[in-house]
Design a protein around this ligand. Structure first.
Ligand code: GLN
Ligand code: ZN
Length: 751
């Protein structure tokens, strides 16, 4: 039985690629050094996979920046603005990172989330005049590398339909570009076949989506038109089931299919039997994007009957590329031993395949039984189970999710309590995270600063931020979030049921990696997490200080979460913990509390038919945090998308008193969505883009507010930037906020 892998993390065990990339960009190392480092990581990755029992290792899964961008480079699909005479490598980085200076002042291509993961890809740009110019050097080179090192390998490419689907295009109907793309893919596939690889993996993850007829048709024609080569083709699907398209799938002219059996569990036997009986069926049985050890015994039991029918046509693999998994759990030295015994990262996942394959072949289950013991133990472990939390969750009733009064009534009461002017001004929470602040936190972490010294330093930062905001003239102040490294990790560190790792980095985009907390058990809040800082800030000003919390959906989405209970349950547990924090803040006299939910949209299921159900529990989890406060307490929320048509109804269901959103880049155009569905509460449509250092003029801001007035009554409009300011520097921040305040003041006078 063949075991194979769809992809392996490419950042390196100790983030070597990240470091090399950044050094190269800072011109501290040469191109040769960078490419050497990359080559070393590839060799190490193949060796690790091979040693841990992967028969067929992936090649072409490696990318210096992003696999979609590598595909664009291979196809020569380079936006016009980058077609200068620099090297292919520098062009690749310019597309990803933008370029200024020289003759080109060029914005980077867009970057967006890869399906429902936290990985970001570089969006290909296609226009009517896009000419394809194939350059397979990188991929061919890597295949040769793997072969000459003696590995049995399988080149991996992103399929043409998925590539086109993910691209952004100025062509009215981008599908008309498909024939051109297919010609190129034919050339690439022919070339790969000449390298004598038995199998080629073609990734078409869009098959897991609920595609319209046009895209379904595109898939059908693609895999009828592409002419088979001497290599066999394994069509790889992942992140969900594909049996909703079973008729389409079984007619595709390929030699096998990879199915993700983890993402949307359920019985796939019938579907598998409906597929052509000469296909290889690769079952993705090991969770490729979470951190838990597999219960190999139960997988064994599930698969054995299939093996009897399929025989050597059955292959084993992780559910998706291991790109989304940290690399090696054995690097962790400070994790609780019991929790650690429940974990498997990329290296361990490869080993799981080997154990499973051995058990299936030999019918000897001793090793997998032993291996899976901690998984079974975890289910009943005291570390994982907290009866108090379970009882609290099961005692929840409708009243826990609804505020006592309607928005109109709350607004009146809050207005009396807060006495804010028309067009109240505020910010989204964080202020510039200077080098000093970062150094202070790092020193305290390394215990080079005592708790008292650390508190003094942060308090002085808070005091300075409050002073600055008063000088600027903002109406609702914030404490600035200087104590937070990251809006999720900060809470993950403090919640029970959550672990923080040292090395469990996962690539987010390019050289940027994130280290998500691991939610391993019932979540609870042992003590206040933010109140001391916020109360302090509040004591420094007559003006209201708004507290800042991260919401349950965002904490959940940006963490690795346990897989023994439903996501909804995890979200509600976090909701309860945040609810306690909200109560604590309110008890300390904080009148405005913001609960950020920037992940609410990306956590949506890939299949549209599941959105309504998700929205229901996701908004419940949010309201669980916030609904219990008195009418007088004003709840804010913040999300940051310029595209929120799909989630408008959910945003309304959050029932926040004030919702601040990203709109400035689209010139308030996104507010057009409100023509279909009126937003009933107060809204702070971001009036300037914090991602840019440009200082918005007073006129520009006023214009935007006036525009917002076309969609909302002025009594419900707030004035604020479109996101937190932590990535900005102080001079531009102060200048921008002064204009923002001025704009609001002038408009008040004009009213
Ligand atoms: N309160 C957070 C901040 O200001 C919100 C960040 C976000 O929306 N991603 O940084
Ligand atoms: Zn934001």
């Amino acid at each position: 039985m063949i075991t194979h892998n769809l992809g392996f993390p490419r950042i390196g065990k100790k983030r070597e690629l990240k470091k090399a990339l950044e050094q190269y960009w800072q011109k501290k190392i040469s191109k040769v050094d960078l490419l050497d480092q990359a080559k070393q990581i590839r060799q190490e990755n193949w060796q690790t996979q091979h040693q841990n029992g992967v028969n067929l290792v992936p090649v072409g899964d490696f990318a210096l920046y992003d696999q979609v961008l590598s595909t664009s480079i291979m196809l020569g699909i380079v936006p016009k603005r980058f077609q200068s005479n620099q090297s292919v490598l520098d062009t690749e980085f310019a597309i990803a990172r933008g370029q200024s200076g020289g003759e080109c002042n060029c914005a980077a291509s867009d970057m967006t989330k890869w399906f429902d993961t936290n990985y970001h890809y570089i969006v290909p740009e296609i226009t009517a005049s896009t000419e394809i110019c194939i350059d397979t050097a990188a991929l061919v080179g890597q295949v040769k590398e793997a072969k000459s090192a003696g590995y049995q390998c399988k080149p991996v490419i992103i399929g043409p339909v998925t590539y086109l689907y993910l691209a952004k295009s100025t062509i009215e109907d981008k599908i008309t570009f498909l024939p051109k793309l297919l010609e190129a893919y034919q050339v690439i596939l022919d070339e790969l076949a000449q390298l004598n690889c038995e199998w080629i993996q073609i990734d078409e993850p869009i098959l897991t989506l609920e595609l319209n007829e046009q895209w379904q048709h595109a898939l059908t024609t693609t895999y009828q038109q592409l002419k088979k080569t001497s290599s066999k083709w394994l069509l790889a699907t992942y992140f969900g089931r594909v049996d909703h398209l079973s008729n389409l799938v079984s007619k595709l002219n390929v030699d096998g299919i990879h199915l993700d059996t983890v993402a949307e569990q359920g019985n796939i036997t019938e579907f598998v039997y409906s597929l052509p009986n000469d296909w290889v069926i690769s079952l993705g049985v090991i969770d490729g994007r979470n951190v838990w050890k597999s219960d190999l015994v139960s997988i064994y039991q599930r698969i054995s009957p299939l093996l009897n029918v399929l025989g050597s046509r059955l292959w084993l693999a992780p559910s998706c590329s291991l790109l989304h998994s940290p690399i090696d759990v054995n690097l962790e030295k400070n994790l609780n031993e019991e929790v650690k015994s429940w974990l498997a990262f990329a290296v361990q996942k490869c080993n799981e395949l080997e154990l499973l394959a051995f058990a299936l072949k030999s019918k000897n289950t001793d090793d997998i039984t032993k291996y899976s013991t901690p998984v079974l133990q975890s289910l009943v472990s005291e570390k994982r189970n907290n009866n108090k939390v379970k009882t609290a969750i099961s005692a929840l009733s409708t009243a826990d999710f609804e505020r006592a009064s309607r928005f109109e009534q709350r607004q009146e009461i809050q207005q009396r309590a807060l006495g804010l002017p028309l067009y109240p001004t505020t910010t989204i929470g964080s202020f510039p995270q200077t080098g000093d602040i970062r150094a202070t936190r790092a020193k305290w972490k390394r215990e080079e600063l005592s708790d008292v010294e650390y508190q003094t330093a942060i308090k002085s930062e808070i005091a300075s931020v409050i002073r600055k905001q008063e000088q600027i003239g903002l109406d609702v102040l914030v404490h600035g979030e200087a104590e937070r490294n990251d809006m999720v990790e900060y809470f993950g560190e403090q919640l029970d049921g959550c672990a923080i790792t040292e090395f469990a980095w996962v690539q987010s985009y390019g050289s940027r990696c994130v280290k998500p907390p691991i939610i391993y058990g019932d979540v609870s809040r042992p003590q206040p997490m933010t109140t001391p800082w916020i109360s302090y800030a509040n004591s420094l000003s007559e003006k209201p200080v708004k507290a800042m919390l991260t919401g349950p959906i965002t904490i959940m989405s940006w963490s690795f979460i346990r897989n023994d209970i439903a996501r909804e349950q995890v979200a509600k547990q976090i909701g309860l913990a945040i609810k306690e924090e909200v109560s604590d803040l309110a008890d300390h006299g904080i009148g405005i509390i913001q609960i950020d939910e920037p992940a609410i949209k990306e956590a949506m299921p890939l299949k549209q038919s599941q959105w309504a159900k998700y929205s229901q529990w996701a908004t419940e989890a949010f309201r669980l945090c916030s609904a219990h406060v008195s009418d007088e307490t004003q709840i804010h929320s913040h999300i940051c998308y310029s595209e929120f048509n799909d989630i408008l109804a959910s945003l309304i269901d959050l029932d926040a008193d004030v919702l601040t959103i990203e709109t400035s880049r689209s010139n308030m155009e996104v507010l057009e969505a409100f023509e279909q569905l009126t937003y009933p509460n107060a809204l702070g449509p971001g009036v300037y883009d914090i991602h840019s250092a440009n200082i918005p003029s007073i006129e520009w801001i006023k214009d935007l507010i006036v525009k917002a007035g076309e969609y909302l009554p002025k009594e419900r409009i707030w004035v604020n930037p479109d996101c937190g300011l932590k990535t900005r520097a102080w001079p531009e921040t102060e200048a921008a906020l002064k204009n923002l305040v001025k704009a609001a003041q002038e408009l008040r006078l004009e009213n």
